[in-house]
Design a protein around this ligand. Structure first.
Ligand code: FMN
Length: 192
């Protein structure tokens, strides 16, 4: 059987992003568990704000098509999102909106969401750890017909959560991360 492939997508472009750090810690955990991991930056997939006129005139932008194909090449996807005003940042929503408009030949629209497992995580400096962004993201992905695994990670007080090697330092956070990683691997293996 070929190796299980997991795509990790941080939902922040900011240098020093707490979510990018969590994405890196998760990618490490997936690799330790034997998965083949690709961790991307959405800065490599710049997209205009979704506009139906733009899509009618020029089609879906190539970066959305490329990102959708990258997702298709993986068995599972982890999205690590910041929380902005109790929801997901525009970057994350806009990216999902565009990807959901990609339809390759012989596919139904949104097929990429239906055929693989999704996991979600968030990091925030607050006590709730981005819980509200996770609820919003779960709803958005579910609306795209994605299967989102039950285990998720809301990393609270995230600026205090890492050691000087950018590893999670609190046992409860490490356990939540590895439970999520194990569950996405199990789920994705069943969908292979
Ligand atoms: C516009 C904006 C809104 C924010 N709203 C929230 C919020 O509702 N809840 C929260 O926990 N943090 C909120 N924050 C703080 C972010 O969680 C914090 O900046 C975090 O570090 C962003 O993620 P990043 O480090 O991965 O870039 C907000 C930040 C910005 C810029």
């Amino acid at each position: 059987m070929s190796a299980l492939k997991i795509l990790v997508i941080p939902g922040s472009l900011r240098s020093g992003s707490l979510n990018a750090k969590l994405a890196a810690a998760a990618a490490h955990e997936f690799a330790q568990a034997g998965a083949e991991v690709t961790r991307i930056s959405l800065s490599d997939f710049p997209l205009p704000i979704y506009d139906g006129d733009l899509q009618s005139k020029s089609g879906v932008p190539k970066h959305a098509v490329n990102l959708k194909r990258m997702m298709s090449a993986h068995h599972g996807v982890l999205i690590v999102t910041p929380e902005y005003n109790s929801s997901v940042p525009a970057l994350v929503k806009n990216t999902i909106d565009w990807v959901s408009r990609v339809q390759d030949p012989h596919e139904i629209r949104g097929q990429v969401f239906r055929e693989r497992g999704f996991a979600i995580a968030a990091a925030s400096e607050g006590r709730l750890g981005g819980t509200r962004a996770l609820a919003a993201l779960r709803l958005i992905l579910t609306a795209c017909h994605a299967s989102v695994i039950p285990n998720q990670l809301a990393l609270s007080f995230a600026s205090e959560a890492y050691d000087d090697m950018d590893r999670l330092k609190h046992p409860a956070d490490c356990e939540a991360l590895s439970a999520m990683v194990r569950q996405l691997i199990d789920f994705s293996q069943r969908m292979m």
